[in-house]
Ligand binder design. Structure first.
Ligand code: DQA
Length: 172
């Protein structure tokens, strides 16, 4: 017998409407963050990126946000995701890693997206080498959270959770 193409009521029930309707938040991780856990642990700690993503997803459930995470070592791939987020997500949480200090293109993408963004860093970039003190993204972000290790991401997500809809309607 031919299988029905439509979802059965049972499978539809596994994805409740309330979950599908949650505001979406895009979390972007830039170059080399895939190596978290083994990369310079004295600076970045032992927590892996997969563990950070899992804790973001769990906090998202608590806050009623649908968290999508994406890591790339490629500037263009990050820009593509920012462009695709336009009009679709409530906020972008971004740790652009080294690109924070160099990428005009990433900054332009964030400005064009008109989605409020929070800049995140695991380490306190202001307490490190001078070239890390300047962020090209900070001026187009709502704010920056730096120096709290993996907690930086969670604090950023909590900030997004506390905004409500008002900030989405604001042009940033
Ligand atoms: C970083 C800080 C950047 O200066 C650095 O290039 C990174 C990680 C952080 O999370 O502390 O790759 O963004």
């Amino acid at each position: 017998m031919k299988k029905k193409a439509t979802k059965s009521p049972a499978s539809a029930a596994r994805k409740p409407r309330a979950v599908r309707g949650r505001p979406r938040v895009l979390v972007l991780h830039g170059p080399n963050l895939n190596l978290l856990g083994v990369r310079e642990p004295a600076v970045y700690g032992r927590t892996t990126l997969a563990e950070i993503d899992r804790s973001l997803e769990a906090l998202g459930v608590e806050l009623g946000l649908d968290v999508e995470t994406f890591q790339s070592n490629h500037e263009g791939a990050l820009i593509d995701r920012i462009q695709a987020a336009r009009g679709k997500v409530r906020a972008i949480v971004i740790n652009a890693a080294g690109l924070t200090h160099t990428s005009v293109a990433l900054r332009d993408a964030l400005a064009a997206a008109e989605v409020p963004a929070v800049e995140v860093h695991l380490s306190n970039v202001h307490a490190r080498e001078e070239f890390r003190h300047h962020s090209l993204l900070a001026a187009v972000a709502v704010g920056q959270i730096s120096g709290f290790g993996p907690q930086s991401y969670l604090l950023a997500l909590r900030a997004v959770g506390s905004w409500g809809r008002s900030l989405t309607e604001r042009k940033v």
